[in-house]
Design a protein around this ligand. Structure first.
Ligand code: UT7
Length: 397
């Protein structure tokens, strides 16, 4: 039997109409546009209308993806919906989406792995396609975080937004699709990003609501530290597994959680900023919707060509993280060899040259990471000391 590859044949995204700007937030909590932009890169985010929940937004993005793929919903074999904000804890939001779409033959699963959800779903879907088991799988990442955040908590409410992104994955004979992948979880960080009052551990009592434990709590600095470490490591690992270096990447699509996290990874990896998709300024952190929204916008902007190698990377609640190298296909494109070609040398030597190239780049990234870690270890206590002095002086005045 011929090898089967997975191809993204359709994509679509959706963001609610209402836009909440930093200026709007200044009227709601003790914050400023200057703080939000300089600490996160966010200028505005979309907020769902009353009653507009995860399934409704998923439906919009999914219909667009199906239309682009030119297939009908009843051709779908499986729907994977990644979300931490389902319409209900039970039933699964994926089954409600299946019903709304009219995908009568499809299995449906809801995946809860925080902001990493879409990549967990995409990589899982590719396995079903590449084994030949399924022909078409719909992968959706949707989040209604405006429901989950405490609008009086400035530590979280300025960060998040609502939205949805979907792709259709289909069988293809053309080489490409998933080249390498990584799914990980550092479960000892499970309490760093949590909705403590919802679930089987806690009864939803008036006291829980009083404490706002039904709303999102986040240890921002802990997640920040985790994110900056794993973003670089994950990209390094998937590129090494694919026998590539950052120079072979046409577009990096990182989870849009904080522009500072992205910038640090970009510097450490040594990738040109124009090869990095960033749209956080207009959406904020849309969690599981962030990577597919960025992917859709990159496609709309013509930033992805057939044959391009894309790296997608995400991190989030769990604490989970995931990454993959994906080669964009089109039926017209022939397989592009990864190896250094046109050399009159045996394949084993070409492979060795490729491995040496990857190893040299790895060492560069590791050296840059160690240098920036060392700089931060020196700068952070100085920064904290300066801040303490400033606070004391302003109290004395
Ligand atoms: O998708 C995955 C989930 N989440 C993340 O990836 C988030 C990762 N973490 C982050 O992006 C950053 O840690 C934050 C953006 C959440 C916070 O930025 P930070 O530079 O780590 O700020 P901080 O928590 O160290 O707080 C610095 C100061 C504090 O004041 P004091 O204690 O120094 O007086 C905060 O109270 O900034 C204050 N602060 C704010 N000030 C104005 C916190 N939030 C705000 C705000 N406006 N919205």
């Amino acid at each position: 039997m011929n090898r089967v590859y997975s191809q993204i044949t359709g994509w679509g995204c959706y963001a609610p109409e209402r836009v909440l700007t930093n200026a709007d937030l200044e009227k709601m909590v003790d914050t400023s546009d200057e703080w939000i932009v300089s600490r996160t890169g966010i200028r505005e985010r979309h907020i769902a209308a009353p009653g507009e929940a995860t399934v409704a937004m998923s439906l919009q993005a999914s219909r667009r993806a199906l239309e682009k793929a030119e297939i009908s919903a009843d051709e779908l074999d499986l729907i994977i919906l990644a979300t931490s904000t389902p319409d209900y804890l039970c039933p699964p939001a994926s089954s409600m989406l299946q019903d709304e779409l009219g995908a009568s033959r499809a299995g449906a699963m809801t995946l809860v792995t925080g902001c990493t959800g879409f990549l967990y779903g995409l990589i899982t879907a590719a396995q079903f396609i590449e084994t030949g088991a399924y022909k078409h799988v719909l992968v959706v990442g949707t989040e209604t975080l405006s429901y989950g955040v405490d609008w009086e908590d400035r530590n979280t409410c300025v960060l998040f937004g609502d939205g949805s992104g979907a792709v259709v994955l289909s069988q293809s004979q053309t080489p490409g699709g998933l080249q390498s992948m990584l799914l990980r979880s550092e479960g000892d960080g499970w309490d760093a990003l949590i909705l403590p009052g919802i679930g089987s551990r806690t009864e939803l009592t008036p006291e829980v609501i009083e404490r706002k434990d039904h709303k999102l709590k986040m240890d921002g600095r802990r997640v920040f530290k985790f994110a900056t470490r794993v973003m670089t490591d994950a990209v390094l690992e998937v590129l090494t597994d694919a026998g590539l270096t950052i120079d072979d990447v046409d577009l990096l699509i990182p989870h849009q959680a904080n522009k500072r996290i992205i910038d640090l990874a970009v510097r450490r990896l040594g990738i040109a900023p124009d090869k990095v998709m960033v749209n956080i300024e207009r959406y904020g952190n849309t969690s599981a919707a962030s990577v597919p929204l960025a992917l859709c916008e990159a496609l709309a902007e013509g930033r992805i060509e057939p044959g391009d190698r894309i790296v997608m990377v995400a991190f989030g609640a769990g604490l989970t993280y995931a990454a993959c190298v994906w080669q964009w296909q089109s039926e017209e494109v022939e397989e592009e060899p990864i190896l250094v070609t046109n050399w009159p040398v045996p394949e084993s030597l070409q492979l060795m040259a490729q491995e040496m190239r990857t190893a040299a780049w790895r060492m560069q990234v590791q050296a840059r990471t160690a240098a920036s870690d060392a700089a931060m270890a020196v700068m952070l206590p100085l920064y904290a000391f300066r801040k303490g002095v400033k606070k004391r002086l302003s109290k004395e005045e």
